[in-house]
Every structure is written in structure tokens, then in C-alpha cells.
Design a protein around this ligand. Structure first.
Ligand SMILES: *Cc1c(COP(=O)(O)O)cnc(C)c1O
Length: 381
């Protein structure tokens, strides 16, 4: 699914050298590399504060702690996403409110958010799923109207840009009140272990969060709030520093691969290719920056998705199903409040989606083999 080795080969000299330097420096925790990475990412995203932490799940949890959300507060998020988002809401004793998604963008459905807002709602967590920004115009408007926080889960969207109705642009993760991301190795900006970060333009929130990640300490050995221990270590930071200057090129390579996939599938019945806001078929991967293709995810109709998965496995083509079970149907997150009719899209998507290999090292031959194998299969159904 991903070729981390091929990517490493291109940056091996810098990575090996800088990792060695960190080892020799012995500044393994909170070293200068972490602070430099933080500053470089702030510049790249054009946000005032980046607070590194241990992983993307921690980033979400710490964000919600920092906002002072309390048990009983309702937090709205998508039914069709990775479980980390709903997990931290539940872990903090907040009430997760899962809502359906849009069948075209796979992102949280803004009308469903509207219907789910109650006087107890405190926050919305849009996930920029598979690398495409959620509908931030509508979400920010709704948040303003109802006085809600917007927490962007940018674990799959880093480097992407959202274009507002008025034509202005912002990087994903710099739009809401606060955002989280993950540097898990397979993410678009991945380290060689675990890592994560929180972004915000709010000085006070940034200060609170900097204490929370460090055991609730604002002055050494004075614990003012209940915190956690969540750090990005210096070795991961130095690897991220080596990769950050390449992030735009990495995302472009993903878009180029995505466009080749989509071209091959165009006109093939029963295959729906992913779209970006300017439409994958017509947009130029060199300039379009609205999708960063963390995943390239097809919908297959009138064909057994599971049979296709088996067929690809038989041809040694890796593929993934993100995600096979809606969160509202997961044992840990079931709730009598939910009605199956409220999840019509997610319930369908979980049986239709299939994600193809997507990384920065895909070549034409691989793409052709993958697309031909899929087209042969669906045409013979
Ligand atoms: C990967 C991911 C996370 C969690 O990140 P970790 O670093 O693995 O904890 C959270 N949300 C989404 C949408 C993700 O894809």
C-alpha cells in the first residue's frame, strides 16, 4: 500500500546524518530539533502555534482537554472515519454524536451536523478524510452561529489547501479553532515511529495545551491542571525536518498517481473515482492542491467489493478497506440514540469502498497493472 523504503532511499543521506547527530548530541527529548521542526511547521502551515506530541490520537485528546470540554458536552463527528476521533471523545467522558457523511467527498455531511446540534453541543470535529478537506465554509459558519469549537482532524490532510467561497485559501489544519495531526509512518508527512502535533492560532489555548502535554506543568513541578505525558522525540523531529521540505512534492506525486488511476477508470461502469473540489478529471495535479490523496478510494457498485479485494490479493496487489464498519455500529460506540436511517450513506460506503496503493513512488507500470486487473474483474462481473 505504501513504499516507505523507496521514499527513504531518496533522503537517506540527510536522514542518516541527522539521526546520527541527534544520537551523538544526547538531546533526545525536547532537543533543538523538536523546536526547529515546530517553527518550520508553523511557517509551512501559516499558523501561530504548533505543539508537537506523541501521536495523532493524543493530539485529539489533548485538544479536547485544552478546550475545557466537560462530561456531558456533545461533540459531533463523522460516522465514517478512523476510530481515534470518536475514541478520545468517549475516553474523556464527552458524548460522541456520530453523523452521516457525503457520498461524493466521503466527508462529514453538513446537513447532518445541522440536525445533530443541540444546546449541549460544544464542538464539531471534521476529519479531512483521505486527504480532502471537509466543507469548511459551511462548518465554520455553523460553528459561528451556534458558538461551537471546530477541531480539524488533519491526520490525513496535511499539506492540503481549502479554498473558501470568497476565493481565499488556507492550509487544512489552520482553519478551525484548533487542529490535530499524526506523523504515523504511512501518513503524508510520516516519521519513523509515532508522532503527532496540535495547531492553533489561539495564544491562550496554545499556552494551556503546552502545559497539558507536559503533566499539566506551567512552572516546573507545579501541576496546575491534570495533564498527560505526550512528546515528539528528537529523532522523529529530525526525520520530519528532512521530509517537510518535500511535503508539497510528495503530495504532488500522490495527485499525479491519483490522476493516472482516475484516467484509467474513466468511463468504466460501476467504478466511481474519488473527486476533489475542482474535479479530478479536469484539474491539473501540478496546481490543484485541494486533495492530498492520503488514500485513493474507489466506490464499486453492483460488484462484490470483497470479491474484488480477493481478486487483487490473488494478483498480489495490496489494497485496503477504509473503513469496513461504521463507527456507530462498533461495539464500543453503539448507542440507543442512533437510528440506522441516519447513516444511509456510511452504511452503503462500508460495503463499496476500496483503497488502492497510494504513495510517492508509484510508477506507470504499477498503475497500469493495478488498473487493468481491476477493470478486467469488474468487466467480467
Ligand atoms: C491516523 C489517524 C489518527 C490517529 O493518529 P495516530 O498517530 O495513529 O494516533 C486520527 N485520526 C485520523 C483520521 C487518522 O487517520
Amino acid at each position: 500500500m505504501v513504499d516507505l523504503r523507496g521514499q527513504y532511499e531518496h533522503i537517506k543521506d540527510r536522514v542518516d546524518q541527522s539521526v546520527l547527530e541527534v544520537i551523538q548530541s544526547t538531546a533526545y527529548i525536547n532537543g533543538p530539533e523538536v523546536h526547529q521542526f515546530q517553527t518550520e511547521l508553523e511557517e509551512y502551515l501559516d499558523v501561530k502555534h504548533v505543539i508537537p506530541c506523541a501521536n495523532g490520537t493524543d493530539a485529539l485528546q489533548i485538544t479536547m482537554m485544552g478546550l475545557g470540554l466537560q462530561p456531558g458536552d456533545e461533540v459531533i463527528t463523522a460516522d465514517f472515519t478512523f476510530a481515534a476521533t470518536v475514541e478520545v471523545i468517549a475516553l474523556l467522558g464527552l458524548t460522541p454524536v456520530l453523523v452521516d457523511v457525503d457520498p461524493v467527498t466521503f466527508n462529514i455531511d453538513v446537513d447532518a451536523i445541522k440536525r445533530a446540534i443541540t444546546p449541549k453541543t460544544k464542538a464539531i470535529v471534521p476529519v479531512h478524510l483521505f486527504g480532502l478537506a471537509a466543507n469548511m465554509d459551511a462548518i465554520m459558519d455553523m460553528a459561528k452561529e451556534h458558538d461551537l469549537y471546530v477541531i480539524e482532524d488533519n491526520a490525513q490532510g496535511i499539506g492540503g489547501t481549502y479554498t473558501f467561497k470568497d476565493g481565499s485559501k488556507k492550509k487544512t489544519g489552520s482553519i478551525g479553532h484548533v487542529a490535530s495531526t499524526s506523523f504515523f509512518p504511512s501518513k503524508n508527512l510520516g516519521c519513523y515511529g509515532d508522532g503527532g502535533a496540535i495547531f492553533t492560532n489561539d495564544d491562550e489555548l496554545a499556552h494551556i495545551i503546552r502545559g497539558i502535554v507536559n503533566h499539566g506543568m506551567y512552572t516546573r513541578y507545579h501541576h496546575d491542571v491534570v495533564g498527560v505525558n505526550s512528546r515528539l522525540d528528537s529523532i522523529q523531529a529530525t526525520i520530519l525536518r528532512a521530509k517537510l521540505p518535500n511535503l508539497d512534492a510528495y503530495n504532488k506525486a500522490r495527485r499525479v498517481a491519483a490522476q493516472k488511476y482516475s484516467k484509467a477508470f474513466s468511463g468504466v461502469p460501476n467504478i466511481i473515482t474519488p473527486t476533489c473540489y475542482c474535479n479530478t478529471d479536469s484539474c491539473d495535479p501540478n496546481t490543484c492542491d485541494c486533495h492530498v490523496y492520503h488514500q485513493y478510494t474507489l466506490r464499486v457498485l453492483d460488484t462484490s467489493r470483497d470479491a474484488l479485494v480477493k481478486h487483487l490479493n490473488d494478483h498480489e496487489i495490496p489494497c485496503g478497506v477504509y473503513y469496513p464498519i461504521p463507527l456507530h455500529a462498533q461495539k464500543a460506540y453503539r448507542d440507543d440514540r442512533y437510528n440506522e436511517d441516519d447513516f444511509k450513506v456510511t452504511n452503503k460506503l462500508v460495503d463499496q469502498v476500496i483503497s488502492l496503493p497510494m504513495h510517492t513512488e508509484l510508477d506507470d507500470e504499477q498503475i497500469e497493472y493495478i488498473t487493468n486487473t481491476i477493470i478486467n474483474f469488474v468487466s467480467n462481473q
